[in-house]
Design a protein around this ligand. Structure first.
Ligand code: AVI
Length: 301
């Protein structure tokens, strides 16, 4: 982490990988963001999944092993576990304590389910634990987390999932859709300021884990839609010119200069299907809500 963060903060423009937003506090804040009135993706995806459950069950088939990438609080997966014929579950997440807590809860609530947990950064090459036999797998990657990769990285990542899932498997993936800028920008600039907290928590984490000396009030959260790149950009903007120390390195900010902390790409349905096909998948089915806010795709290997 130290090396990666330092490389980002000393480059031009400054950036930090969004995966570092998810320490314990960040993961908790993200769960709260999902319930915000402005943050439409979570409730829209849940409604799509609920409505499409019979069709998803038919596509997933009998006795599949469900593998969830970035399982977080594992809420949406409960919808699947309650309706599909699933025997085994593997949750993969970067946030260790959070993963342990949520998989323990799943194991307690579904005694018939064989539950596995793997703490891993799934943006790197992940191998499946031995206990997960090379049987038919159904991958689950909800929440439009795929949007946090650049399209090129998303294609590479989907291609690595394609190899990991092996032939005869499926991937159920949630993808946020491009829409009017007002709706998009409101979702990342909520009135309660939770998204700002989530973003600023990154600096708190760097202070705690890497000794970053900084004053919180000298930074502000900024999120806007970059139409040319079809993405929401999230930044931590320096309110003043300042110099920070991190692990013996000096990091200079001009007034208004920012650390780019996250991209959230928004796709059209055919745009995402093309990307999935380039990564080796076949597009079997796509569901969208009535307002055209969000899409859920079922891809096969
Ligand atoms: C996890 N990911 C899909 C969220 C998103 O919408 O890109 C993260 C997030 N960032 C700010 N709000 C939510």
């Amino acid at each position: 982490m130290a090396e990666e963060v330092l490389a980002g903060l000393t480059s031009k423009p400054k950036y930090c990988s969004p995966k570092y937003l998810y320490d314990q506090k960040g993961s908790e804040l993200f769960e709260k963001i999902c319930e915000l009135p402005e943050y439409y993706p979570t409730r829209t995806e849940e409604a799509i999944l609920t409505d499409a459950m019979a069709e998803i069950a038919a596509l997933a088939g009998e006795d599949a092993t469900l593998v969830e990438f970035g399982s977080g609080a594992s809420r949406k997966v409960r919808l699947l576990l309650e309706s599909l014929s699933i025997k085994r579950y593997l949750g993969i997440d970067i946030s260790r304590e959070f993963l342990i807590e949520s998989t323990r809860r799943l194991a307690a609530d579904y005694p018939w389910l064989e539950v596995h947990a793997a703490c891993a950064d799934f943006t790197r090459n992940v191998a499946l634990p031995e206990a997960i036999e090379p049987k038919r797998l159904v991958g689950f990657f909800p929440g439009s987390s795929i949007g946090n990769f650049t399209p090129a990285a998303a294609e590479g990542f989907l291609n690595s999932l394609h190899r990991l899932l092996r032939p005869g498997s499926g991937l159920l993936i949630g993808v946020d859709l491009v829409k009017d800028h007002k709706t998009l920008e409101a979702a990342y600039n909520d009135e309660q300021g939770l998204t700002a907290e989530f973003n600023l928590n990154l600096l708190d984490r760097l202070k705690r884990e890497m000794g970053l000396a900084f004053h919180r009030e000298r930074f502000r959260h900024r999120a806007f839609f970059n139409a040319k790149k079809s993405r929401i950009e999230m930044h931590l903007e320096s309110r003043i010119a300042q110099v920070l120390q991190l692990n013996g390195h000096t990091i200079r900010f001009r007034e208004g200069e920012s650390i780019h902390t996250e991209n959230s790409y928004k796709y059209s349905v055919p745009g995402f299907q093309r990307l999935a096909v380039r990564a080796g998948f076949a597009s079997r089915k796509v569901w969208i809500d009535d307002q055209g806010l969000f899409s859920v795709h079922y891809l096969t290997t």
